[in-house]
Design a protein around this ligand. Structure first.
Ligand code: C2E
Ligand code: MG
Ligand code: MG
Ligand code: MG
Length: 281
């Protein structure tokens, strides 16, 4: 931002830093207020069986109902909450709320909850999950925990042990955003994941770029050999869906089947309708 000399003779640089510090301070206190006042809500995005189109579960995605800014998406506050440590309380709320809401869904559905790598560093996430299951009455087999490979970057050994203890509770573990990290394939043999979620960046380009389609096809083949199921993220078109089905993907998630929405909008009673927006494939 070009502002010239600050009023009190501070350089532009100092002025900018002060503004950043102010903004962070404000966000910090607003987030604390939001936690205390219950300003978060969960939206859910359906997870579809690629063959039957049955809605077999949903991913919980947090939003912040800000008094002035309206509905704030997670990428505008989760990274900050991770830096400040507030993710611990937000993440705990998300997990507990998701378990309670999913308790009312059909017994053969799952709810997927994102866990930040930061939640591994602080309190014991295994105890947190055990407690959320006990308090909600949700059977462990109906909870899926989504982690990213970032979990394995720092404190790798400890974190792998923690994820193993999670699995021992009976919950399933999905590797989220697969393909965006830097040595992805090695993580598949590091830990017995139940599912791998192929990142949207591959799905997005698979009908336009042969290399992306090839990556997806080989990931699906590889994971199947390892006994791991696949979910394709960000499915927006029929063309993508058909390519993915041809490659043998197990589950799909994306705007084609529905955007994240409040739990009341989920319909488990019949196969998901595919609604393609626009003509882009
Ligand atoms: P994610 O876990 O990979 O979630 C998928 C994101 O892709 C969601 O964005 C979803 O709305 C979006 N998406 C799904 N289908 C499509 C599609 O067809 N096209 C496009 N363009 N986008 C699609 P959202 O809700 O903004 O969440 C962004 C990220 O924020 C999530 O990525 C996750 O990493 C994080 N996040 C969300 N909720 C939580 C939470 O409760 N805890 C933690 N730690 N992270 C969360
Ligand atoms: Mg996720
Ligand atoms: Mg994801
Ligand atoms: Mg993603």
């Amino acid at each position: 931002r070009v502002k010239g000399e600050g009023r009190n003779g501070y350089s532009v640089y100092d002025d900018g830093l002060m503004e950043v510090a102010d903004a962070r301070q404000r966000l910090d206190s607003e987030l604390r207020h939001a936690i205390a006042n219950g300003e978060f809500e969960l939206h859910y995005q359906a997870i579809i069986d690629a063959r039957t189109r049955r809605v077999c579960g949903a991913e919980a995605l947090v939003r912040w109902r800000h008094p002035r800014r309206g509905l704030v998406p997670p990428l505008e506050f989760i990274p900050f909450a991770e830096e400040s440590g507030l993710i611990e309380q937000i993440g705990q709320w998300v997990l507990r709320r998701a378990c309670v809401e999913a308790r009312g869904w059909p017994d053969d559905t799952v709810v997927a909850v994102n866990l930040s790598p930061v939640q591994f560093r602080r309190a014991d996430p295994v105890a947190m999950i055990r407690q959320a299951l006990a308090d909600s009455g949700l059977p462990a087999r109906r909870l899926e925990i989504e982690i990213t490979e970032n979990v394995f970057l720092t404190g790798a050994e400890d974190n792998i042990a923690t994820v193993r203890r999670m699995k021992e509770l009976g919950v399933s573990i999905a590797l989220d955003d697969f393909g965006t990290g830097y040595s992805s394939l090695s993580y598949l043999t590091t830990f017995p994941f139940d599912k791998v979620k192929i990142d949207r960046s591959f799905t997005m380009n698979m009908t336009k770029r042969a290399d992306c389609a090839a990556v997806i096809a080989s990931v699906i083949t590889l994971t199947r050999c390892l006994g791991v199921a696949t979910i394709a993220e960000g499915v927006e078109s029929h063309a993508q869906l058909e390519l993915l089905r041809g490659a043998g993907v197990d589950f799909c998630q994306g705007y084609l089947f529905g955007r994240p929405a409040p739990a009341a909008d989920l319909d488990f009673s019949r196969p998901a309708a595919a609604k393609q927006a626009g003509a882009a494939a």
